[in-house]
Design a protein around this ligand. Structure first.
Ligand code: UD1
Length: 419
């Protein structure tokens, strides 16, 4: 079994180029299903989740070429409308293909995604959006069958919660629907705007992305485009947390400062000096992070749930007690037990975690249970004295390109071993 091995306690000093955002690249890859000409996507990170999305595209009949961080998709001859269980299981967020496949082929057949490491993750809002646009949705023996033999028809979709995935699916289904679709209480994450920019580049008519209401005027079909995926704000946050726990000095290249708006004040509260010049972020950490009074995860522009675990790792060694309230996912504290094995003092009650900072962590064997929780273990391992061995690294590989390579470049002692 593969493991990441970290000899902690090293100061991290240097520069890192932030990759393209996984959570943008995935819906954009799904969106290529709607296009009739070749699309070129730059800054697409090399990750197992991206490989899973490409496998789905190929299964549906697309011709895909993936070299370094560029993916080219030719969806002109798309044939399939079913995604087999094996491909759905490779990546839970494959449900983001639903809207695009349905709109392009008139039907979509998927296995239901079920729960995952961080909670139940229902898809009722996705299905609600599809049915508002006229799709007939049937669920049978763990499979979902959606149909719209006469095409989708634009309508008003009021989401009861600003779900990122449901907003993306609603957009993907609506861009080629007949008439106008208005999505109310939609997600405002930067990844939604990136998806809309990609689709508008292909000829879609989407306005309001990044705001609470999106209006889409359906077009007959989408052509191709060339698009560059936005930088990964969560990857950037994980590196910032790594700097914060190692008295580090880091430059992060390629970021979009506004996207880090919800997390920068947290690092400043922890005593980090942060400055921004263009698309570079400089972070310089104090000898020991200060405690964070209170963090509540919220939909964007609130504090991102994906940053909760790596920031919690930072607070484990803070000078004082920090409080985190997880409002988005119900079981997103799986990393707590593992952080405790490294010496952290954390109490969880329902959605609240109280972290009593300790002067230092010590290395131990731990297991990553989910993607961001795994990142938190790497952050904690970098801070800990001695050797931390992390198993379950397939979770980490879903979302962190060149993780060990980047950290090694700036002074970490981190390797990957088989066995
Ligand atoms: C996306 C991100 C994920 C991030 C999350 C919240 C991708 C690939 N993943 O996930 O990294 O943590 O946004 O920022 O972009 N919900 C329902 N019914 C639904 C859909 C969602 O009740 O039909 C609930 C979920 O259970 C969860 C909350 O809404 O409690 C937020 O989920 P959502 O915004 O949909 O997250 P994802 O799109 O799955």
């Amino acid at each position: 079994m593969e493991k990441i091995i970290i000899e902690g306690g090293k100061r991290l000093i240097g520069e890192i180029n932030v990759h393209g955002a996984k959570n943008s690249a995935l819906p954009i890859l799904a969106a290529t299903v709607l296009t009739t000409k070749r699309t070129v996507i730059h800054n697409c990170p090399k990750l197992t989740d991206i490989d899973a999305a490409i496998n789905i595209l190929e299964h549906l009949g697309c011709i895909v070429d993936h070299t370094e961080d560029c993916v080219t998709v030719d969806a002109s001859n798309i044939g399939g409308s079913d995604i087999p269980d094996s491909l759905m299981r490779e990546m839970r967020s494959s449900v983001v293909f639903l809207g695009a496949v349905l709109a392009r082929t008139g039907k979509a057949s998927f296995s239901t995604p079920g729960g995952c490491e961080i909670g139940l993750r229902p898809i009722d809002l996705h299905l609600f959006a599809m049915s508002r646009l006229g799709a007939v949705v049937k669920e049978d023996f763990g499979r979902l069958e959606c149909e719209c033999p006469n095409g989708l028809i634009g309508d008003e979709i009021i989401l009861s919660f600003p779900s990122v995935g449901a907003t993306e699916n609603a957009i993907l289904a609506a861009v080629t629907a007949k008439g106008t679709t208005t999505i109310i209480n939609c997600a405002r994450e930067p990844e939604i705007s990136d998806l809309a920019d990609f689709l508008n580049g292909c000829g879609a008519k989407i306005s309001g992305a990044g705001e609470g209401t999106i209006v889409i005027e359906g077009v007959k079909q989408l052509a191709g485009t060339e698009h560059t995926v936005i930088p990964d704000r969560i990857e950037a946050t994980t590196y910032m947390a790594s700097a914060a726990v190692t008295q580090g000095k880091m430059i992060l290249n390629g970021i979009i400062p506004a996207h880090l708006g919800p997390v920068i004040p947290i690092f400043e509260e922890a005593g980090c000096d942060i400055s921004i010049m263009g698309r570079k972020l400089y972070i310089s950490a104090p000898p020991r992070p200060k405690r964070i009074k209170s963090i509540k995860t919220m939909p964007y522009p609130g504090f991102p749930t994906d940053a909760q675990a790596p920031i919690m790792a930072m607070t484990t060694i803070a000078d004082g007690t920090s409080v985190i309230i997880e409002n988005i996912f119900e079981s997103r504290y799986k990393h707590v037990n593992e952080l405790s094995r490294l010496g952290a003092k954390i109490k969880v009650e329902g959605r609240m975690a109280v972290i009593e900072g300790v002067p230092g962590l010590y290395g131990a064997p731990v297991v990553a249970g989910d993607l961001r929780g795994g990142a938190a273990l790497v952050v904690a391992g970098l801070a800990a004295e001695g050797i931390t061995e992390i198993e379950g690294i397939a979770h980490i590989d879903r979302g962190h390109a060149d993780f060990e390579k980047n950290l090694t470049m700036i002074g970490a002692v981190i390797t990957r071993e088989n066995g």
